[in-house]
Design a protein around this ligand. Structure first.
Ligand code: SAH
Length: 281
């Protein structure tokens, strides 16, 4: 983003210098000594006006780019989330504030608030905003929880969770994605998120039990370790492939029993890695 603005300002600066040089050249070859000093004074005044104008307009451009993204973000929250039934004010607020455009590759920045998933490299995707909101809302967070995410990807879902819970652990199996997300989250100040490289099929024993667990890749079955690491009353939200379709499920642990709800059809990249024990949920 900065490079675009700097480039733009640089372009204007170069054009202004060329204009001034051409104007001075014209004065030198055509005027008398008396006229030179008079015209030069005029030219200096003109140069000052042009320079101040170009500064202001390049500042306006930095501002307008940010403003455009902010408008797109607020529209996304209203049209894609609120109007489709997302009710949790904390989820709406978090997604209105978090700069999703800083979680996608630069080439996709202007599409960051579109109603779709986007590529983030390594054949992975950042989920569609509505799905991030739906899954976040389904975790029923109040702000005090410890949450585990499987599939850090860009780190965007983790950033949203960081605003909804007390502590967030996020596991990513691809080291490059994990490293980029870790740096990004740290630079943006999401300091209650810890990114771990590993296979999320096994959960993350050192942080267990978790009040909520979210899996952002489709599993063939519910990984048993995730149910084991769920606290009493805890919620596990994950897409599971059933008969060729992916269903978004919410599993709740109530007095040791698992209550299962189907939240609808979704489309996610697959959860890879191995799980030795699976639960038949
Ligand atoms: N939540 C992410 C999007 C996730 S895409 C975001 O907000 O951007 C799914 C991610 O799950 C990918 O990055 C993929 O590498 C990761 N993944 C797949 N299988 C995994 C596993 N077994 N353990 C941890 N991460 C896994």
């Amino acid at each position: 983003m900065h490079s675009f603005d700097e480039e733009f300002a640089g372009e204007r600066g170069r054009r202004n210098l060329l204009l001034l040089a051409a104007a001075n050249f014209f004065v030198i070859i055509t005027d008398t000594v008396y006229q030179i000093s008079f015209r030069n004074a005029l030219l200096c005044a003109f140069a000052l006006v042009v320079l101040v104008g170009s500064r202001n307009s390049s500042c306006r451009n930095v501002g307008s780019e940010e403003e455009k993204l902010r408008t797109a973000r607020l529209q996304m929250v209203d049209q894609q989330l609120r109007q489709r039934g997302i009710r949790d004010q904390r989820v709406l607020q978090a997604m209105a504030e978090i700069p999703r455009h800083l979680f996608v590759p630069a080439a996709w920045r202007s599409s960051a608030y579109d109603d779709r998933p986007l590529p983030i490299g390594e054949e992975q995707t950042i989920s569609q905003p509505y799905i991030v909101a739906l899954m976040s809302e389904s975790l029923l967070l109040s702000g005090e929880e410890t949450v585990l995410e499987i599939g850090t990807g860009s780190g965007y879902q983790a950033a949203v969770l960081s605003r909804l819970a007390r502590r967030v652990y996020s596991i990513e199996i691809l080291p490059n994605l994990a490293e980029t997300a870790r740096e990004r989250l740290a630079n943006l100040g999401y300091d209650n998120v810890t990114v771990i490289v590993g296979d999320g099929n096994y959960g993350w024993e050192p942080g267990a039990p978790f009040d909520a667990i979210i899996v952002t890749a489709a599993a063939p079955q519910v990984p048993q370790a995730l149910l084991d690491q769920l606290a009493e009353g805890g919620r596990l939200v994950l897409p599971v492939s059933l008969e060729g379709e992916q269903h978004l499920l919410r599993l709740r642990k109530v007095k040791g029993n698992i209550i299962r709800e189907d939240l609808g059809l979704v489309q996610f990249v697959p959860l890879v890695g191995g799980s030795k024990r699976e639960a038949n949920q």
